[in-house]
Design a binder for this molecule. Sequence first.
Ligand SMILES: [Fe+2]
Ligand SMILES: [Fe+2]
Length: 206
Amino acid sequence: MSEFDSVSTDTKAILGLQLPTDPRWVNLAQISLEEVLTDHAYCEQKAATSCISLIQRYSEKEILVEALAPIVTEEWGHFRLVLAEIKKRELRLGKQRRDDYVNALLLFVQKGGDHHGRFLDQLLLMAMIEARSCERFKRLSEGLQDEYLRKFYRRFMESEAGHYALFIELAETYVDKEAVRRRWKEWLDYEAEVIQNLQVRGDRMH
Ligand SMILES: [Fe+2]
Ligand SMILES: [Fe+2]
């Protein structure tokens, strides 16, 4: 069993993630850097556009708008950093791939029902994606051979951890803390299932 077979204790303690990341990110010796950077670039792009969407949808919530406006800039800055890294290494930004992980998470977002529940789920979806990104970047920062890239991913890891905390804080600003805690627990359980399903499929593919 390698050190990547389980979520390290601190990641679990900080983020509450139940399972380690999907296999695409696990085999660090074999993954293509071009693919990692391409996937990463689109993650950052989607983070920026998701924050813009939240601002558009919840423009009446001043604290949210104020908090997310700088995150849009930050995420777009992340996208540019990744793009620069791709260029520096004479790699190419590939096509955006279907993101089975995010698509599966989207299914858990409350569709009908009350406005508060839907709003809370939008924030927890973002918190979930940030938490998982943070865990992936942590693995890369610990597992990649290239010293420069290890530091590169360390900085992203710290930044996404901050964003995870921000989305939870925003949820607690607008929704009863106990309700946030309860729903977050459900998200964590659901996410663990998603990771497990992706892993089963990954095993079959190799
Ligand atoms: Fe980011
Ligand atoms: Fe982020």
